[in-house]
Design a protein around this ligand. Structure first.
Ligand SMILES: [Zn+2]
Length: 294
């Protein structure tokens, strides 16, 4: 018995096997609702190949209403997992097997409860040129404003498994903050259809490009969102910018005020670029990532 619900939609005609997952983190709702809509739509519209749909990979985390399950392990850092390990390690093991069965793979995320992410499709800059070309084409077809190629050496993720096995793959992000943006759901459903259309699995008139900017950065650690502009102390975060804003080195990104109000510390940008992730939950702990700039 599987640790998560898998629906396989087989067109009956030869074609690629596309795996689409959501809910690797339990508090990311646009992606989950997108897969629910695809469960209704794909069986009647698929012309070739197979689409495998998983709305909630991490059911334990979803039912807890949080990013991780009860064992506290981040599923997106635990792959390839362990069939005899803790629940998250077992889920990671099954997720790894599922990814390895794919010809193409889409893993959808959001910023979760505490942060918001500028809508993007990302992929590891796989040294394997064929896999990289496939991933890049998928990210462009998905058609979110930001296309981001990042370090392929990051470990433990769904993308790491796809990369190691040379499977063309993308992950996506769309806002978050414990909401479920209907624009985000629509953009995700359209994005998945665009990829199916590109792969010839459905009949589809591909839309005009909505891509605003593309960055490919193979530097070690690029794409790792948990290490940027750490909060200087525990307290209340007041941002000075909005998601998607352009900032320069030296700008005050935000301020953190201590619980007793006696201390205010500025968070100074060390980079020039665009804010692609920001913590929207006002409580921060010292060391939490507050802003990610690309
Ligand atoms: Zn996530």
């Amino acid at each position: 018995m599987s640790l998560f619900s898998v629906t396989s939609c087989d067109s009956g005609a030869a074609g690629p096997r596309l795996v689409i997952t959501a809910g690797v983190h339990g508090d990311e709702f646009e992606s989950i609702e997108c897969v629910h809509q695809l469960l209704d739509w794909v069986p009647e519209n698929l012309r070739s190949g197979t689409v495998v749909l998983v709305p909630v990979i991490n059911e334990d985390a979803f039912l807890l209403g949080q990013r991780t399950g009860a064992d506290g392990l981040d599923l997106a850092r635990t792959c390839p997992g362990n069939p005899d390990g803790s629940l998250t390690e077992q889920v990671a093991y099954e997720l790894t097997e599922l990814i390895c069965s794919a010809d193409y793979y889409i893993d959808m995320h959001t910023g979760g409860t505490r942060s918001a992410v500028y809508p993007l499709a990302g992929y590891p800059l796989n040294p394997n040129e064929q896999a990289l070309a496939g991933s890049r084409a998928m990210a462009q077809a998905f058609n979110l404003p930001f296309v981001w190629g990042t370090d392929w050496r990051l470990k433990g993720r769904s993308m790491s498994i796809a990369c190691e096995n040379n499977i063309p793959a993308i992950y996506t992000e769309y806002l978050g903050s414990a909401q479920c943006s209907q624009d985000g759901v629509t953009a995700y459903v359209d994005g998945c259809k665009n990829v199916m259309g590109m792969l010839g699995m459905i009949e589809r008139q591909q839309p005009e490009s909505r891509i605003e900017f593309t960055i490919e950065d193979a530097a070690e650690g690029s794409g790792h969102m948990q290490i940027c502009n750490p909060a200087p102390l525990d307290g209340v975060l007041s941002p000075c910018f909005r998601l998607g804003d352009q900032v320069s080195t030296g700008d005050v990104l935000g301020r953190v005020r201590s619980m007793d109000g006696s201390e205010i510390v500025e968070i100074i940008s060390l980079q020039t670029g665009r804010i692609i992730v920001m913590q929207t939950f006002p409580m921060v702990r010292e060391g939490d990532a507050t802003f990610v700039i690309a």
